[in-house]
Design a protein around this ligand. Structure first.
Ligand SMILES: Cc1cc2nc3c(=O)[nH]c(=O)nc-3n(C[C@H](O)[C@H](O)[C@H](O)COP(=O)(O)OP(=O)(O)OC[C@H]3O[C@@H](n4cnc5c(N)ncnc54)[C@H](O)[C@@H]3O)c2cc1C
Length: 417
């Protein structure tokens, strides 16, 4: 019986956990339960996956990985985690476009919350969804594919529309990536060269504690087939090349991180920050993230620098990433190329006291919170932040008229308006 999320900061209040062994059994559970909610790999930091009824885990379903070379998709079942199929996909000569910082999360849970990696031209992970099967409130399966009416509302669903029993993701020919780390990029340089910096590799992440010194590390993940400028750089806008393997946290265990130092390797061994064979931490952390439209990037960074002294005692590290605009209704990067401002906090109750100040400081920049992390957003802002929110409510009303998949999280955010 699972009672808490991965970080251990949230105890589920559900009345139990069902683990069906087949899709048919899943359908029966959903059909007969008055309240039910899909549970993924439990990597969210809030109550988004909780329910007053039962949670259902898809971990008991037979693992399936089906590569359709003609359609250029890989199909995995709803409980599948990225780490469970990436190697097989690469061995067959294929890749997906991006990964989050760790490969241990479930595909269905990741897409349900708008999870993303980094890269100016990389959409959030949900943009790779070509089709999905959804067990709706009646227990019937609806199959939807890109281009169908309402498809863009079905992907970032917060589990509010049903249980995703299978997901098909776009694939492309496999590619190799090298990872180069640069240290000590000063704020004036980062701000003056922001666009050049974030476009300097396929995926760019900058780590900072918001202190005066700027970013401690910048990780460039470059595709060998198209983009090897990192190879020739001895410096990056004044930042110097790291001389050995690094962890984002100064002094953290560098053997946990994916290989750096410009050594090329398969996409799945470089695009995530943390190796599949290591659980990146024991979970003793909290996370918050806001996405701001790219045009507000420098304003939002300056605002966070002003909050730096307040955040410092509670912060492990922050990460800046960029992502391409998408059309998924509830995606935090809907309609805008975006900058993600991520915060990994210590597990300290004072974090919750800080969150309203963080939200207030970022609100002028149309900041959208990551649905799976901690935030204190004034929900009256959500309607203006998400123009398709009324459409999502209508879709939820149609697929789940009795609110079987609703929970406190949804009632206090999506359905509060
Ligand atoms: C260490 C760590 C690193 C992280 N790194 C990143 C990162 O790099 N980028 C980023 O954007 N986020 C990141 N996250 C956040 C994480 O990606 C999200 O919280 C994501 O939702 C986790 O997926 P999950 O399977 O654990 O979902 P859960 O927490 O189990 O559930 C989240 C939501 O998904 C729904 N859901 C799950 N499975 C299904 C299903 N089969 N059908 C329908 N709905 C479903 C649940 O009902 C719930 O609403 C990180 C989290 C951790 C703990």
């Amino acid at each position: 019986m699972i009672s808490a999320n991965w970080a251990g900061n949230y105890e589920y209040l559900s009345s139990g956990l069902a683990t069906p062994g087949s899709v048919e059994e899943l359908q029966e559970i959903v059909a007969r339960s008055p309240r039910v909610k899909a549970l993924g790999s439990r990597h969210s930091f809030n109550d988004v996956a909780d329910t007053a009824g039962i949670q259902v885990s898809l971990n008991g379903l037979p693992r399936t990985v089906t590569i359709d070379e003609a359609a250029r998709t890989v199909t995995v079942n709803g409980g599948g985690k990225y780490g469970e199929f990436v190697e097989e996909l690469a061995d067959a000569g294929w890749a997906i476009h991006n990964l989050a910082s760790l490969p241990h999360i479930s595909v269905a849970g990741a897409i349900a919350t708008g999870t993303h990696g980094s890269g100016d031209r990389n959409g959030s992970l949900g943009t790779a969804v070509a089709a999905l099967d959804l067990v709706t409130a009646t227990g019937e399966i609806t199959r939807a594919k890109r281009g169908d009416p309402d498809f863009d509302g079905l992907v970032v669903s917060l589990g509010a529309l049903g249980v995703v029993s299978s997901v098909s993701l776009d694939i492309e020919p496999s590619f190799d990536v090298r990872q180069d780390v640069f240290e000590n990029l000063a704020w004036p340089q980062l701000l003056a060269h922001f666009d050049e910096l974030t476009s300097s590799a396929y995926s760019v992440s900058a780590f900072t504690d918001w202190g005066d010194d700027g970013t401690s590390q910048v990780w460039l993940k470059s595709r060998i087939d198209s983009d090897v400028s990192a190879a020739t750089r001895s410096e990056l806008f004044g930042a110097t090349r790291a001389t050995s393997q690094r962890h984002p946290l100064p002094g953290g265990p560098s053997e946990w991180t994916t290989e750096q130092g410009g050594v090329s390797g398969p996409w799945w061994k470089r695009l995530a920050h943390f190796k599949l064979e290591f659980t990146p931490s024991n979970g003793a952390e909290l996370q918050t993230e806001y996405l701001v439209p790219r045009e507000h990037a420098t304003g939002a960074i300056e605002a966070m620098r002003r909050l730096g002294p307040l955040m410092a005692p509670l912060l492990f590290i922050s990460e800046l990433r960029t992502m391409a605009a998408d059309e998924l209704w509830l995606s935090p990067s809907f309609g805008h190329d975006s900058l993600g401002l991520h915060f990994t906090w210590k597990q300290d109750a004072a974090v919750h006291e800080l969150l309203p100040a963080l939200d207030e400081a970022l609100a002028p920049f149309a900041a959208r919170p990551h649905w799976g992390k901690l935030f204190a957003t004034d929900v009256s802002r959500l309607d203006s932040l998400y123009p398709r929110l009324p459409d999502f409510r209508r879709l939820a009303g149609r697929l789940d008229p009795n609110g079987k998949f609703r929970n406190d999280f949804l009632d206090h955010t999506i359905f509060a308006g």
